[in-house]
Every structure is written in C-alpha cells, then in structure tokens.
Design a protein around this ligand. Structure first.
Ligand code: MN
Ligand code: MN
Length: 252
C-alpha cells in the first residue's frame, strides 16, 4: 500500500533557477541511474523476494527512492521554470518548454524516455543485491558530478543529502549480501569448471602508443591464477586445463 504525505523528505530551496542545470538534473529523474529506476528496481525485486527480512529491506529502500524522485522532480521543476516564459531557455529545450510546459517528465537529460530496460531484476536475491550495490555507486557518482557543476547553495544541499543516502543504501545492500553468508564467487547452484575458472586469458597484448601496458596484478597472478598467454596465437584448446604448456611463467 502506498500513501503520499504532502511533505518533502528534504526541503528544497533554489535561489537562482538555472534551466540548463535543471535539464542535467533530469538524469536523476528519468535517467538510467535515476531515482525512478532505483525505486522500481528495488520495489519489484521486493515483490519477487521470498526472504521476508531482505524483502523488507528492498521495500524500505525502494519506497525511500520514490521520496528521492519527488525531491529531484521538485528541484528540477524549480530550475526549469524560466523555460515557461523566457525565449532563450525555451529555445534551448523545446521538449521541456513547448511539449512539457516547463515541467518535468520521465525523460533523461537528453530527452530519451525512461525505460524498464534500465532495471536489473533477476529473481536471485544475492545477484540482485550485487546489482543494487552497483546501482547505488552509479547514482552516487552522478550526484557528485551534478554537485560539481552546481552554483546554487540550496540545490547543493539537497544534492548532498541525496548523494549521502545512496551511500547509506549501498552500505545496507552490502551488509544484506554479506549476511547471506554465501562465498563471494558462489552464484547459483551449478559449480564452475575447475581449472578453467582460474585461467586468465591474456587477450590484449603488447604496448600501446599512449602508455598502454600488458599488466600483471592480483586479477591474474598469485593464488590460484594461471595466466594463459595470447590463446588466439596458440594452437590449443584453452579449455584443456591438463596441458601445462599453455601456461605462461608465473611471476610469483
Ligand atoms: Mn536515491
Ligand atoms: Mn539509493
């Protein structure tokens, strides 16, 4: 059950409307990493969730995201208001000024319509929680960029609030995933193929003109890793893990 309370979760003040900034804000209204996408992703994951405790988490945060949508929409609308009467900002964005009457609609900053394609819903709780952690990281960095391009103190305050809440959500999703006590690389039920799972294919080799290097690091050396050197140039089946000749010298 949803109920609307006529009070914003964070009171919004805009001293100087900036229609171009209002347009950028729409990225968090109807964009891929925006508040509607977050609200729908978590709420629908929650509908599908059969773990009552984590279902509550998904519904709590999904509902908070709707309150964020309301804040962003209010903020964007305040910034876009001049497009109703001033020729220059109206001319810069006819979709908002002429088709939309200077208000917000479910478009991103480029005028592309919101789409359910933005949502990541797999019906596998731990996989969904990983998607949500990544979604919160994306939302955080988008808010940070908006703050960096914002001149209005009141708007900055609201964006700082919204950005902070995304980190709060990220922490909650990460804690929920951890509390499921699944090994980090255990996804689903079918085990990956032993041997093959630890092969790192060095598929991009040589040095580039702009300092690109052939790198070793924790992602392909030490531990169980086996570096397979340029498999495309080897006359071998890389799935043949019994053939030691395919492995490059380990730097460890
Ligand atoms: Mn949010
Ligand atoms: Mn969030």
């Amino acid at each position: 059950m949803y109920h609307h309370v006529k009070k914003l979760m964070y009171t919004v003040r805009v001293e100087t409307p900036d229609p171009a900034f209002g347009n950028m804000l729409l990225e968090q209204f109807g964009g891929a990493n925006g508040e509607l996408a977050a609200a729908m992703q978590y709420s629908i994951q929650g509908l599908n969730c059969e773990d009552p405790e984590r279902k509550d988490l998904l519904m709590d945060i999904g509902t908070e995201e709707l309150s964020h949508l309301e804040i962003v929409g209010t903020l964007a609308r305040m910034h876009l208001k001049p497009t109703r009467s001033d020729r220059n900002p109206a001319h810069a964005d006819p979709l908002i000024a002429i088709a939309g009457g200077g208000g917000v609609n479910l478009f991103n900053s480029q005028g592309n319509p919101w789409t359910a394609d933005y949502l990541k819903i797999t019906g596998e709780l731990d996989v969904d929680l990983r998607s949500n952690i990544a979604a919160e990281a994306r939302a955080k960095i988008v808010y940070e960029r908006l703050i960096n391009f914002c001149d209005d103190a009141g708007t900055k305050d609201a964006l700082q609030f919204l950005m902070t809440r995304e980190i709060t959500h990220m922490k909650a999703f990460a804690a929920a995933l951890e509390s499921m006590k699944k090994p980090a690389f255990s996804i689903g039920k079918i085990a990956p193929t032993p041997g093959l799972v630890d092969q790192f294919f060095n598929d991009s080799t040589g040095e580039g003109d702009y300092g690109e290097v052939d790198a070793r690091g924790p992602w392909n050396e030490a531990g169980a890793w086996q570096l397979v050197e340029a498999p495309a140039f080897q006359d071998l089946n890389v799935a043949d893990t019994d053939s030691p000749s395919i492995y490059a010298e380990s730097s460890e």
